[in-house]
Design a protein around this ligand. Structure first.
Ligand code: PLP
Length: 399
């Protein structure tokens, strides 16, 4: 089968690869605790599910406008005003099949061959591959643990070239949970003001999941002078436990939004009509569900951080937001796993942990930062307690 050459550089998502292996072991009867996936383990709140059922019964089962139903775009514009102090009109909003399609649309709309996109590492696994799919060149900037894994203005300045089209910012970050304060964002904004060819894509998908260490801020509201050069992306997947409904959204300058709409109109057309109505309820309905989920995550975060940090040779980044722990295992590399293999890389460590103890996590190298693993604490308390106990067991048996 001859496939398009543009696929040569694109990987299958490494997190999907780990989850697949975990499922295979499970199918063989192994007791696997899967902490590799990136989704809340809660059910979608009842009032949102009810809104979807009502939409079906009202007959909301036909095509909608490409950009999404007006009610949802109005709810999104109101959300941006309420939570972020951002002024977007509904005609600046595009609803996509998940935040992922918004990123996909924007890269397809703007990248020509060899255009550069600055991606601070560690990064969400899909960014570089979406950029490559459209012939773009991901330019990775390694952030440092001693700088809290945040991109500094100096590092940004060094990475910019005349070919730079985008800076990609993700706060709270997947995989580290690190957030950018308004001071951090202003510093980056000061650099970008000197480089008018660079646009900013902010991925705010974890906005609602923060633990009080840093106040959530989004770039366009901190640096209003660059509002017209910013695409603000967000969605309902993580905040409202709606990953499977596939609703994300973006807002930005009108010519950019029109180009993205043109692309979406020739691909998925629009996201599922019923899911759009569910998202209207998520954004306009009672918000106390967020607090309930957040207090559960707050407890799990502490429980898991404490247990991992008490394990020999594991050092965790304290996440400000999202539901991941990014932990260094550099001290274990070069040692021998219980089955005798030498752990040369983080992926050896992750595989050995899965085979020996049945705990699935993701190696840091998948996010561009080797020597770490990412664990999702979006799982029941007793599973997390058992997983951290097994990790300790594994570490104690390293030679
Ligand atoms: N951005 C980040 C950082 C993510 O972790 C994810 C999902 O894992 C997404 C975007 C995509 O979210 P969705 O397409 O479900 O809206």
């Amino acid at each position: 089968m001859k496939l398009a050459s543009r696929l040569a550089e694109v990987r299958v998502s490494p997190t999907v690869a780990i989850s697949t292996r975990a499922r295979e072991l499970k199918a063989e009867g192994r007791d696997i605790i899967a902490l590799a996936a990136g989704e809340p383990d809660f059910e979608t709140p009842q009032h949102i599910r009810d809104a979807a059922k009502r939409a079906i019964d009202r007959g909301e089962t036909r095509y909608t406008a490409t950009e999404g139903i007006p009610e949802l775009r109005e709810a999104i514009a109101a959300k941006f005003k309420r939570d972020n102090g951002l002024d977007y009109t509904p005609d600046q909003v595009l609803v996509g099949v998940g935040g992922k399609q918004v990123i996909f649309n924007v890269m397809m709309a703007t990248l020509d061959a060899d255009d550069e996109v600055i991606i601070p590492a560690p990064y969400w696994v899909s960014y570089p591959d979406i950029v490559r799919l459209f012939g773009g060149k991901p330019v990775f900037v390694n952030t440092k643990p001693e700088e809290g894994f945040r991109l500094t203005p100096e590092a940004l300045e060094q990475a910019i070239t005349p070919r730079t089209r985008w800076l990609l910012l993700n706060s709270p970050s997947n995989p580290t949970g690190v957030m950018y304060s308004s001071v951090d964002l202003s510093g980056l904004g000061a650099v970008l003001k000197r480089h008018p060819q660079v646009l900013v894509l902010t991925d705010d998908i974890y906005e609602m999941l923060t633990y009080g260490t840093v106040e959530f801020q989004t770039f366009a509201s901190v640096v209003p002078e660059l509002h017209e050069r910013t695409l603000t992306m967000n969605g309902v997947s993580k905040a409202y436990a709606m990953t499977g409904w596939r609703i994300g959204y973006g807002a930005g300058p009108k010519p950019l939004m029109a180009a993205m709409k043109k692309i979406q109109g020739q691909s998925t057309y629009h996201p599922c009509t019923i899911a759009q109505w569910a998202a209207v309820e998520a954004l306009n309905g009672p918000q106390d569900v967020l607090e309930t989920m957040l207090s559960t995550f707050t407890h799990r975060r502490k429980q898991t951080l404490d247990a991992l940090n008490a394990t020999e040779g594991i050092n965790c980044v304290s996440p400000d937001g999202a539901f991941y722990i990014f932990a260094s295992i550099q001290a274990h590399l070069g040692r021998r796993a219980p089955n005798g293999t030498v752990l040369q890389k983080d992926s050896d460590w992750v595989l050995a942990l899965m085979e020996d103890q049945g705990v699935a996590v993701v190696p840091g190298s998948a996010f561009g930062t080797p020597g770490y693993f990412r664990l999702s604490f979006a799982a029941a308390d007793d599973l997390l307690a058992e997983a951290t106990r097994r990790i300790r067991n594994f570490v104690e048996r390293l030679d």
